[in-house]
Design a protein around this ligand. Structure first.
Ligand SMILES: C[S@@+](CC[C@H](N)C(=O)[O-])C[C@H]1O[C@@H](n2cnc3c(N)ncnc32)[C@H](O)[C@@H]1O
Length: 228
């Protein structure tokens, strides 16, 4: 099954993932995914989906107050590293975190969060699967809740920078698919998928010359769509 192969792929890359990411981006991807932490303040419950090796946890501990954090990743090896990263930082937080191996299916039916964070994970899905995954995650976000989205970005604009971005993203997928059979070669249309849910974009920023985008989505309390 495809998910099993993806899981094995990420298990295989887990020991090298941070080094690979550092060599390519020198910590800028971490900076991007924590960019909006300051504006969160205090929340009751957080879901981090596809958190990887847990580099995101220390900056989160520093800036966001929370009572419980559910940390889901499909890769057991990524989770082991995340747990270690967390324990090395401060043991107080460990008791508030539940690390769960799996994907959206591990979420309990009635589990609700105030904040969902998806850092560089939604790029692992095809357009069709992306919509399924975010629809499922959306069921677990309280109305009025916040969704911090960070991922690679491929605008439809033209020009040399845009061409270079597309070529770079293609090569990233090429390398990734060698170890981790995602079965996709281009970014899904994130904006199109989120526009099918009931969210408003309250902040957005582009980093690394537009290669990366961070967005703060807020789940609208009423089922009415907000047209902007
Ligand atoms: C590209 S890595 C990003 C890791 C981390 N967020 C970061 O920015 O360094 C994608 C992460 O999502 C996890 N992942 C991929 N597909 C998943 C799925 N269907 N369900 C849960 N986690 C998944 C992988 O195991 C991996 O840890």
């Amino acid at each position: 099954m495809k998910l099993e192969r993806i899981k094995h792929g990420f298990n295989f890359v887990a020991p090298y993932y941070d080094l690979f990411s550092y060599l390519l981006f020198q910590g800028r991807l971490l900076h991007a995914q924590t960019h909006y932490f300051d504006r969160i303040g205090k929340v009751d419950s957080i879901l981090i989906f596809g958190g990887g090796t847990g580099k995101i946890l220390p900056p989160l501990f520093k800036t966001i107050e929370f009572n419980s954090l559910t940390y889901i990743d499909i890769s057991g090896n990524m989770l082991k590293k995340a747990r270690r990263n967390c324990e090395a930082y401060e043991s107080d937080h460990v008791t508030k975190i539940e690390f769960i191996e799996g994907s959206t299916e591990v979420l309990n039916k009635n589990q609700q969060f105030n904040l969902i964070i998806t850092p560089f994970v939604l790029d692992c899905f095809s357009d069709e699967n992306l919509l399924k995954v975010i629809t499922k995650l959306d069921e677990h976000l309280e109305p009025g809740g916040t969704w911090l989205f960070t991922d690679f970005n491929e605008d439809q604009d033209f020009g040399i920078i845009s061409d270079m971005r597309s070529a770079f993203i293609k090569s990233l997928y090429f390398v990734f698919n060698l170890f981790c059979p995602l079965g996709i070669t281009k970014l899904p249309r994130f904006g199109g998928a989120f526009s099918q849910l009931n969210y408003s974009t309250v902040a957005q920023t582009q980093m690394l010359h537009g290669l990366v985008v961070g967005r703060v989505y807020q789940k609208l309390a009423s089922p009415d769509r907000e047209y902007q």
